[in-house]
Design a protein around this ligand. Structure first.
Ligand code: GCO
Ligand code: MG
Length: 402
């Protein structure tokens, strides 16, 4: 069997997605997500110009070899564009392997390690009363874990708090929206939010919070310590993570667990974080960290150091990425949590999928392969619309991490 066709499909059913579809000589097809929010066309071009021509004629069964060919063969290693492109190829080849074997991909990964994949929802609102009612709504849907984000008094807008609460989407303009940030206002407000939330919902609900790379290590240490009475499951992305040793400073001061990794692309971005036990959850994803093959490598390393998975699952990761994530989540020994931000109906229609939500858990599809596809005719009705992620400035105008 050979690869006879590979095409890149860009579509915008409410938001932009980039998808790779691979076709084999025996008529099997596989799909992979290649979406890089705000930089979509760079991955589409990397695939179309540099990867697709090299795929034609290759044996689709050679997943590891193809991964190594694309990673080592480019000479220019790592980076979000390269690794999202490799991820799309890898995911599509696992999909094909499952279809050829007649098995859902999780069976090829060793079978089930659990009955369902525990997910967390993204509860957000401008004020505390609003977020309390959002959390209640998630509990009514059966969620056991929620990530809590609120507006900050004195700031006009805050990351993680959307116009539409259910479908949070930060990429809201062709040229990046500018936000203003105050660490002082933030650090003064957040502990009060969690005090209210715990008071209202008791100790059993898993609570998470996304800091979105905005603090320095010592500020993050202060936040972690101030949140200790409320027993968070994790404090996410407390600092920008280029400096892995910076996490040592946070660890020294607080027992609030730390999760990081949504912007990481390879195992090298988190090697020290894992082997030095500086984090508790690794949040790398299928689409941005080199596909099922490489993500499993990261999770296997993490398992040796008591680090659990907590994959990113925002709306900019397509239902193809979510399908692939669930096959990994259900099979690995060190699963922690899976983020689940619901896609809009338009998106779900373009990507018909067999995974389902029930009572706080997601369940992967039982169909052979990943159990997800792209409706190409429908996708063609939603042309690409430029949309960038916001930027962030301090009150004096200094550029800050978003
Ligand atoms: C999360 C994230 C997202 C990202 C978004 C960027 O869900 O944890 O931080 O909201 O900001 O996915 O494209
Ligand atoms: Mg995040």
């Amino acid at each position: 069997m050979r690869i006879v066709d590979a095409r890149v499909i860009v579509t915008c059913p409410g938001r932009n997605f980039v998808t790779l579809k691979i076709v084999t000589s025996d008529g099997f097809t596989g799909v992979g997500d290649a979406t890089l929010n705000g930089r979509e066309l760079s991955v589409a071009s990397y695939l179309t110009e540099h990867v697709v021509p090299a795929l034609i004629g290759r044996d689709p069964a050679r997943i590891e070899d193809t991964w190594q060919y694309l990673y080592k063969g480019a000479y220019w290693r790592r980076g979000p564009v390269t690794m999202s492109a490799i991820a799309a190829v890898d995911t599509a080849l696992w999909d094909i392997k499952g279809k050829v074997a007649g098995l859902p991909v999780y069976q090829l990964l060793g079978g089930r390690s659990r009955d369902g994949v525990t997910v967390y929802g993204h509860a957000n609102a401008v004020d505390v009363d609003g977020v309390l009612s959002e959390i209640s709504a998630y509990i009514d849907l059966g969620y056991r874990a929620v990530r809590v984000q609120t507006g900050i008094p004195g700031l006009a807008s805050t990351y993680g708090v959307g116009k539409d609460r259910t479908f949070y989407e930060p990429a809201d303009a062709a040229i990046a929206t500018e936000n203003t940030w105050s660490t002082e206002a933030y650090l003064a407000h957040i502990p009060n939010v969690f005090a209210r939330v715990r008071e209202e919902f008791g100790p059993a609900l898993k609570l998470l919070h996304d800091v979105h790379h905005r603090l320095t290590p010592i500020e993050a240490a202060r936040l972690g310590r101030s949140l200790e009475p409320y027993h968070l499951t994790w404090m996410e992305d407390p600092v920008p993570a280029e400096l892995q040793s910076g996490f040592r400073e946070i660890r020294r001061h607080t027992t609030t667990p730390i999760a990081v990794g949504e912007v990481f692309n390879t195992i090298w971005d988190c090697q020290e974080l894992i082997t030095d036990q500086l984090i508790d959850y690794i949040r790398t994803t299928v689409v941005h960290a080199g596909g099922i093959t490489h993500l499993r490598r990261i999770f296997d390393l993490a398992a040796l150091y008591h680090v659990r998975s907590g994959s990113h699952g925002a709306t900019d990761l397509s239902p193809i990425c979510m399908s692939a994530a669930l096959h990994l989540d259900i099979s690995i020994p060190n699963f922690g949590l899976q983020e689940y931000m619901r896609h809009t109906d338009e998106t779900d229609e373009v990507f018909p999928h067999g995974y389902r939500y029930e009572g706080g858990y997601l369940h992967p599809s039982e169909e052979p392969g990943l159990g997800v596809d792209i409706d190409e005719e429908l996708a063609a009705r939603y042309p690409y619309r430029p949309a960038a992620l916001p930027v962030n400035r301090l009150e004096d105008g200094t550029m800050h991490s978003w």
